[in-house]
Design a protein around this ligand. Sequence first.
Ligand SMILES: *Cc1c(COP(=O)(O)O)cnc(C)c1O
Length: 234
Amino acid sequence: MSDLASRLETVREQIGRACDRAGRDPAEVTLVAVSKTFSVEVVLEAYNLGIRHFGENRVEEASAKIHAASRLDPPITWHMIGTVQHRKVKDAAGLFNIIESVDAVQLAERLESALAPVGKRMPVLVQINVGGESTKHGFPINAKQELVAAIERIAVLSHLEIRGLMTIAPIVHQPDEARPYFRAMRELVSQLQQQFPKLRLTDLSMGMTDDFPVAIEEGATIVRIGRAIFGSRR
Ligand SMILES: *Cc1c(COP(=O)(O)O)cnc(C)c1O
């Protein structure tokens, strides 16, 4: 078995065990393999091991891989998980299948302008800065009014479909220390669901290599895992 195959097997076992602990069905948890910095050959190897969702954080780097893998059947679902620069909005709108990193109303409006002429509907997640860290993007979790106002404005954009929330938890020493952040995210998404009954806020994208089992225990429906699958990045 290749290194990639055995690491992937380990990750899948860990996902299964976390679901068992939480009494959840593993089918509720989508594994996004974060392939940033890795080649298209590596992406294809993971695809052949059954991975269908990949995450990238830079439009230009993703573009080459998305084109190279465009004929696969079943197709790959490409997740944009990084900050979308203004001048890359149109490319991102054309390339990705879901944008997890909507961190400003202005970005949502620019996406809408790029999507409308081509008639493409884009699932999006609203990024939350759950730890209130200045180094991270996203709506601060404790500015609830601003967040609600932002969602109201994004929800009217007819080519965007808000599916839920995404976050990157602060780096902690023990995975368990991230639990309160994940729990706060789950509470937030259920509050928002009550406030916006017309939206279907079913997705909670949280959990990475260092903390995904805890995120799953706390309700993650999407985990974004890079190093645990592909090894460390250069
Ligand atoms: C790189 C990255 C990941 C994956 O991180 P690992 O620690 O390698 O699992 C997940 N989410 C985002 C937004 C990232 O940029």
